[in-house]
Design a protein around this ligand. Sequence first.
Ligand code: SF4
Ligand code: SF4
Length: 197
Amino acid sequence: MTRPATGTSDDSDAMDRRCGECSLCCTVLRVDEIAKLGGTTCQHVQSGGGCGIHADRPGICRAYQCMWLRGKFREEDRPDRLQAVLDLVPAGETVRLSIRQAVPGVFDASPRLQEIAAEFREHTAVRVTDVSAVLNPDHPFRVLLPDGVEQRVEGDRVTTLRDGVEVGTTRIAWPQRWIRWGLLRWRGAQLRRIGSR
Ligand code: SF4
Ligand code: SF4
């Protein structure tokens, strides 16, 4: 069965949702306006949740709502409980599910995250990353695809697995790799410049 790309069988009413004690996106996401790197906890996070500069918070903080806050998944799947922030992000002409782990290894240790990924991967690529080394262009990530296919990317090496068994290895083409390196190095330089102000 093909499900809508933005929904799962566990969607609920977004009006019921409040961030409450969760402030995980304030650690996981990057906020250029306040020189905050992804993976570092914002200096304005309050103990117990909430923003210390709520009235003056950056525009991106005002606009951002994770999928859970928008009413996706189960009530108990709040990101601070899953230790991962989930979003649908553009990927060419389609979207992919982004699972950003607050800590490496969370995905492999979480049956619930794996259940969500299994539901999405049949119709939407699922990218699993963590925020432990956001300025490293070679930091590994995984892409989960239909039919048990998974790509593990590290540097220029792409290892393809099917049902957990390695079936092949390729290299990212140099032009594509240079573009990736260039973009990430530019982003890193930009963030370091912002951070040094
Ligand atoms: S991760 Fe989602 S629920 Fe948690 S603070 Fe951010 S928007 Fe709110
Ligand atoms: S400014 Fe406020 S809303 Fe934005 S990341 Fe920091 S604590 Fe979160």
